[in-house]
Design a binder for this molecule. Structure first.
Ligand code: BEZ
Length: 211
């Protein structure tokens, strides 16, 4: 069975472009994003890794560590890193796991044999400080991911971990939130001192509470 939301992210020890990674120890007590790439020296992956390198300050700002993976050796990662810097204008500034024996890929269900038996699909796992899986995404090899969307989800996950709100369609940091249905109007008056608008009894909006 594949990893599901709320499951503990499996721990592992594996080589990477930044030396041996003991995953839980590496993640520490913060948030982490683990994402896979089908193969080294492939075009879409090259653009994705360049983008994550450019966005690293945004992940840092949110206290989130990022780590990539592909089923190639560290020596390949090193050669590829030079290409990424040359073509994308950003040097790899996070570890890339070298999962040649597919240990991590199998643990996390990143190989989908009916799509491709040798390469990983494009998986994303967002892992909370409690080491639980908070989000999974699976894209095919042919479609590059949108890492601005990953940042947007992190903003929502971090907000909703601390407040009794959910975030509506296309929400972005700073916009109004939705009060979760389990909160009564009485309780909402205390929890959300900025006030709230009741559009329907089940649809109540409040300004983002952590700003
Ligand atoms: C790519 O990263 O460009 C890619 C990898 C595998 C299949 C197709 C595209």
């Amino acid at each position: 069975m594949s990893l599901q939301l709320g499951d503990t992210a499996p721990d592992f020890t594996q080589d990477s472009s930044a030396g041996t990674i003991h995953f839980h120890e590496w993640a520490g007590d913060g948030w982490a994003v683990l994402f896979s790439h089908p193969k080294d020296f492939t075009p879409v992956c090259t653009t994705e890794l360049g983008m994550v390198a450019k966005l690293k300050p945004e992940f840092d700002k949110r206290g989130v560590k990022v780590i990539g993976l592909s089923v190639d050796a560290v020596s390949n990662h090193e050669g590829w890193a030079k290409d990424i810097e040359e073509t994308q204008g950003a040097a790899l500034n996070f570890p890339l796991i070298a999962d040649g024996d597919r240990k991590v890929s199998d643990l996390y269900g990143m190989i989908h044999p009916n799509a491709d038996n040798t390469m990983t699909v494009r998986s994303v796992f967002i892992i909370g400080p409690d080491k639980k899986v908070k989000l999974t995404l699976t894209y095919p090899a042919s479609t590059g991911r949108n890492f601005q969307e990953i940042l947007r989800v992190i903003d929502s996950l971090q907000l909703t971990a601390g407040y009794k709100v959910a975030t509506p369609v296309d929400w972005k940091n700073g916009e109004d939130c939705i009060i979760v249905p389990a909160v009564s109007n009485e309780e909402a008056k205390t929890l959300f001192p900025k006030g709230f608008e009741e559009i329907k009894p089940y649809l109540r909006k409040t300004p983002q509470p952590n700003l």
